[in-house]
Design a protein around this ligand. Structure first.
Ligand code: 2AL
Length: 245
């Protein structure tokens, strides 16, 4: 089984971290291909970054389909380009935010999301609503840490995130915490130990759910709106992205 894990930002150190977490979550017989697009933002921290990162994601899915990839995880907490990616793919495609929220809803009646910059909270809120998770989501907390701060050695990021998670449990009355950035994937075990509560990393959850769906013989439905994109001409910089019949 081959699962491609796409970090939609172009920061290679984050892609390496995501690949390690994905391989640790997967069965030993599953091959994890962690990648990031060559074009796009170094980090995704808003609507504009998200919109443009989707192009790189779709390019990786297109290549993945030619390489016989069985399923995909999109490793950015905004789940950018998710439905478009599903249109291109035969196998399952999961976003880390949706995977994390579903996992949390299985183990707690309420969860909080602890994320990076405050401005990204609106993205998480919109996803919570889209995924029907409003009933479970008790809080979305920013830390004002930039995504690339998570890549710096000697950063205070882990301490700041841990303290916010601890506060979320008490102030939001949450039973589980979701880490709201793929760049936090390496922190999950230690934070869970430190706060003595379940902490969910969407990268691991998405990879595991993709693996399960593939082993159940389930792929993206090609009936209705997730059918392959209609063949047509695209112009200008996007001419290479024109769907073929
Ligand atoms: C993210 C993420 O997971 N990767 C990235 O570049 N930005 N999300 C976030 N809320 O900061």
């Amino acid at each position: 089984m081959k699962i491609k894990v796409i970090n939609p930002n172009t920061t290679a150190s984050m892609t390496r971290k995501i690949g390690i977490a994905a391989q640790a979550a997967a069965n030993s017989s599953t091959e994890i291909i962690a990648c990031n697009p060559v074009m796009g933002p170094a980090s995704i921290e808003g609507h504009y970054d998200e919109a443009l990162s989707a192009i790189g994601i779709l390019d990786e899915i297109r290549k993945g389909e030619a390489e016989g990839i069985d399923g995909y995880a999109i490793a950015c907490f905004g789940d950018p380009g998710l439905l478009a990616a599903r249109e291109l793919a035969r196998g399952p495609v999961l976003g880390i935010a949706e995977a994390a929220m579903h996992a949390a809803s299985f183990i707690a009646t309420g969860f909080s999301i602890v994320t990076t910059l405050n401005r990204t909270r609106i993205i998480a809120k919109q996803l919570v609503e889209n995924y029907g998770m409003t009933r479970f989501c008790q809080g979305i907390r920013g830390t004002e840490l930039s995504v690339l701060e998570l890549e710096k050695s000697g950063s205070q990021a882990q301490k700041i995130i841990t303290e916010e998670c601890r506060k979320a449990l008490i102030e939001d009355s949450s039973g589980a915490i979701i880490l709201g950035c793929a760049g936090m994937t390496d922190l999950v075990r230690q934070i869970s130990q430190d706060i003595d509560a379940p902490v969910i990393d969407g990268v691991s959850a998405a990879v595991k759910f993709v693996e399960v769906l593939i082993s159940l013989g389930l792929g993206t439905s090609k009936v209705g709106d997730l059918a392959y994109p209609l063949a047509k001409s695209y112009t200008g910089m996007l001419s290479n992205f024109a769907p073929k019949s």
